[in-house]
Design a protein around this ligand. Structure first.
Ligand SMILES: Nc1ncnc2c1ncn2[C@@H]1O[C@H](COP(=O)(O)OP(=O)(O)OP(=O)(O)O)[C@@H](O)[C@H]1O
Length: 283
């Protein structure tokens, strides 16, 4: 039996800046070999987590363990303005012990990025592609992408995500992709990690999470008509809606007059947890 080491294990990880708790006693394990969507509002602690895991930021408490080479591509793309694209690949080759020039070149070719163009003469989206090529050339086992796709238009973002999934399938690497574009989650991540105020409030396999959650609508009631954890609830004078985590699938018939069950999307799940963590009860 092949036992794959997790891509990342985190125990009690905490980071405090003067007066600000950026990460608050986080513990979770992320599986290897897929794309993990790291989701959270502005200031939730996503960049801090990536900074720690890449070794750039020292945690205040707790520990973490990774399964191999970690490469971070941060929000401010690390390019030298006056370097050509080819110079950036040379730089990558010299800055990394392990370097795969073919892989870096292949990525640039797929997106038609000219090698002789100076980095400051490229569009924001093209600069993101060069930074990605350098990151991939370094052959990461865990690639941390801190919103590097923010400059890309939705079509380009989809193309890049598709190519990244190809790289994951080919090499077995793990990509931790941070985003607050919740609407674009579908089809991006195999696994979801949700941060709110420095705490990991949800993590799990995307398909499992979809199967475990459902929305129930029925006559106004204090409680839903099924067992399970109430993630979020809203009430009007005559109607109640609950997002519940339980064992019932949306296709299971409900033995409760007036109640209907609906499947949820990953976006619905994320929003339900975030609203509850922000204290929005809808009561
Ligand atoms: N160097 C720092 N000094 C002081 N406070 C910091 C520092 N870096 C981050 N913080 C604070 O820590 C908290 C978490 O910030 P972080 O950048 O990790 O969040 P984020 O989820 O990446 O946010 P965004 O989506 O806006 O990039 C915020 O309150 C932020 O102001």
């Amino acid at each position: 039996m092949i036992v794959t080491e997790p891509a990342l294990t985190v125990r009690g990880l905490t980071k405090k800046y003067r007066g600000v708790t950026a990460l608050d006693d986080c513990s979770f394990t992320l599986p290897a070999g897929g794309v993990i969507a790291l989701v959270g509002a502005n200031g939730a602690g996503k960049s801090t987590l990536m900074g720690i895991v890449s070794g750039m930021v020292r945690p205040t408490a707790g520990e973490y363990r990774t399964g191999g080479r970690v490469v971070l591509l941060s929000q401010d793309k690390p390019l030298y303005r006056t370097f050509s694209v080819a110079d950036m690949l040379d730089f990558g080759r010299h800055a990394n012990h392990v370097w795969d020039q073919r892989r870096a070149l292949g990525w640039l070719e797929r997106f038609g990025i000219p090698l002789d163009r100076r980095c400051d003469k490229l569009s924001g989206g093209q600069q993101a592609q060069v930074a990605l090529a350098v990151a991939l050339g370094a052959c990461p086992s865990l690639l941390l992408l801190d919103e590097p796709l923010a400059n890309l238009d939705p079509v380009a973002r989809k193309a890049v995500t598709g190519e990244l999934l190809g790289e994951v399938a080919e090499t077995g690497m793990t990509v931790l992709l941070s985003t607050h574009v919740v609407a674009e989650l579908a089809g991006v991540g195999d696994h979801l990690l949700l941060l709110s105020h420095g705490r990991n409030i949800l993590d799990g396999d995307a398909d499992d999470l979809l199967a475990q959650h459902l929305r129930l609508t029925g006559p106004r009631s204090e409680r839903p008509p099924v067992d399970g954890e109430v993630v979020h609830q809203t009430h009007t004078a005559r109607q109640s809606t609950f997002v519940v985590r339980g064992l019932l699938g949306a296709a299971t018939p409900l033995d409760a007059p007036g109640w209907t069950a609906h499947p949820v999307t990953l976006e619905d799940i994320v929003l339900a947890y975030l609203k509850t963590s922000l204290g929005e009860t809808g009561l």
